[in-house]
Write a protein that binds this ligand. Structure first.
Ligand code: AMP
Length: 216
């Protein structure tokens, strides 16, 4: 079950990927999470990534592809994975296809989570993330029991730098100009599955579970 989750920032890719990963026992691979870990640890890669991410820009393809290549080689990804936030450009998608083809594999489905722009902006601007365990909350939609504190681990919640209004606008521009073309890319090879992400979270999740169950 080799899947990628597509869709604009704020569509809920990360939130649903965490749950699907647990439910189906396949790893959730998020390039955004990997970059944030590196940023937290202040590695060279983290510093480089931050110079793009905080302003809402994409990290260069070669850097991102190297990370995914390494991650897909790990044992836990042998029987499948959920890629979240990768690919984000056509060259990344082509490289991913080439990497998988080396071992006779391919992407089984590219799941496109679509939602209206006003819903997306409302989600991104109220999003809060745990500093410790990266769990995602929302001040209105998914409020933590105690404001500013993670329900899962007690860690401190913060607003991502790239969820600031100007960075959100830039991410939407980047999505339109560089990422949206992937919808046609996967549609052309009959791998695209569209899932409504503008409805209630549990309803979207139910649809997603059905898609993955069918693949299995
Ligand atoms: P995300 O958590 O998926 O929203 O990613 C956060 C940020 O990390 C993005 O806005 C990009 O700056 C960067 N990023 C994540 N994945 C990629 C990718 N596949 N290509 C380039 N930049 C990425």
């Amino acid at each position: 079950m080799r899947t990628v989750l597509l869709g604009p920032p704020g569509a809920g890719k990360g939130t649903h990927a965490v749950d699907l990963s647990r439910e189906f026992g396949i790893p959730h691979i998020s390039t955004g999470d990997i970059f944030r870990e590196e940023m937290k640890a202040e590695t060279e890669l983290g510093k480089l990534a931050r110079s793009y991410i905080d302003g809402g820009n994409l990290v260069p393809d070669d850097v991102t592809i190297d990370i995914v290549r390494g991650r897909l080689k790990k044992d836990d990804a042998a029987d499948g994975f959920i890629l979240d936030g990768f690919p984000r450009t056509i060259p990344q998608a082509e490289k991913l296809d080439a990497l998988l083809a080396e071992t006779g594999l391919a992407i089984d489905a590219a799941i496109y989570l679509f939602a209206p722009e006003d819903v997306i902006i409302q989600r991104l601007s109220g999003r809060r993330v745990c500093k410790k365990c990266a769990a995602v909350f929302h001040v209105v939609n998914i409020p933590p029991e105690k404001p500013g504190v993670c329900d899962r681990c007690g860690g401190e919640l913060y607003r991502r730098e790239d969820d600031a209004p100007e960075a959100i606008r830039q991410r939407m521009r980047q999505y339109e100009s560089k990422t949206a073309g992937l919808i046609d890319y996967y549609d052309a090879v009959g791998r695209l599955v569209r899932v409504d992400a503008g409805i209630a979270r549990e309803d979207t999740y139910r649809l997603l579970k059905r898609v993955l169950a069918d693949l299995r």
